[in-house]
Design a protein around this ligand. Sequence first.
Ligand code: CO
Ligand code: CO
Ligand code: CO
Length: 349
Amino acid sequence: MSEQQPIKLTSLSSKGGCGCKIGPADLAQVLRNLPPAAPNPDLLVGLDTSDDAGVYKLTDELALVQTVDFFTPIVDDPYDFGQVAAANAISDIYAMGGKPLTALNIVAFPIHTLDKSVLTEILKGAGDKLKEAGVTLVGGHSIDDKEPKFGLAVTGLVHPSRVRTNAGAKPGDQLILTKPIGVGILTTSIKKDQLSPEEVSRVTSVMTTLNKTAAEVMESYDVHACTDVTGFGLLGHASEMAKGSQTGIVIYKDKVPFLPRVRELAEAGFVPGGTKNNYGHLEGSVTFPQELDQIGQWMLCDAVTSGGLLISVDGAEAPQLLDKLVAAGVEAALIGEVISEHPGHIVVK
Ligand code: CO
Ligand code: CO
Ligand code: CO
């Protein structure tokens, strides 16, 4: 934590954009008008599968995993913001079953109007998180911008046969989630000064926790598919898994772990636009139970920053994987299952 906070970082977002992810519907409209890329047999995972990172085969034993992520401040402490951005960017490498190796910083900063020490703190936070992950910073790029933005491009390695995409889930699998959700609603509440310092540090620590341990533990299990839960929310990312795998997914709403006070804050009106967009985009892809109200439905779609892994593991191995994750200190929970009925569709029970 930095000692002084001269400015409220989360209040610096300029009007007209929320600094959150461009929604899947808008993105699809943009991408649909691009000419198709020339096929390349070495591109193992590319744009077409809406997966976490691209995977490019170098040799039969080695493939590159590449990803990039950046956003506007979602917490006020610059050091914490740097940590969150780094943990979030590295996560996509873990979600693909890879080992992160190197990173590049991406910086936009109002260098003439904001104290330079703020940027130093952001970079320090990111640097410490990279160190924890065993990732080497190899460079970066910065521009002068009226609104701060920060993120990283991360490169990792994976054995081509060990790539975990979101497209391999099989009927009979169980779904394990490795972090609680509600991050979008809580960080929106930070912007509106609704959280106590303890609550801010709780949601911050969820976001700064690396998915490293979870990824290492899952390596020795029969994991068929994996993704991390971020901007599109739990149901959005589960939906991509259901569609990519051509399986049905069942989510047990009472087993999904939420951060404290998520419902209360959602009821008070602190549901971010991104969460409602996620909900709208899922219309027709999710069946909610009658007893779940609008707030409860939004909560399951809440836009997440630096969320946990959603792991689809062979049903017979799921209890053991869950035990191992919990024993390793991961906030893991078994939240659903994969079935052959209603392929591409989610049923919340
Ligand atoms: Co991801
Ligand atoms: Co990402
Ligand atoms: Co993946």
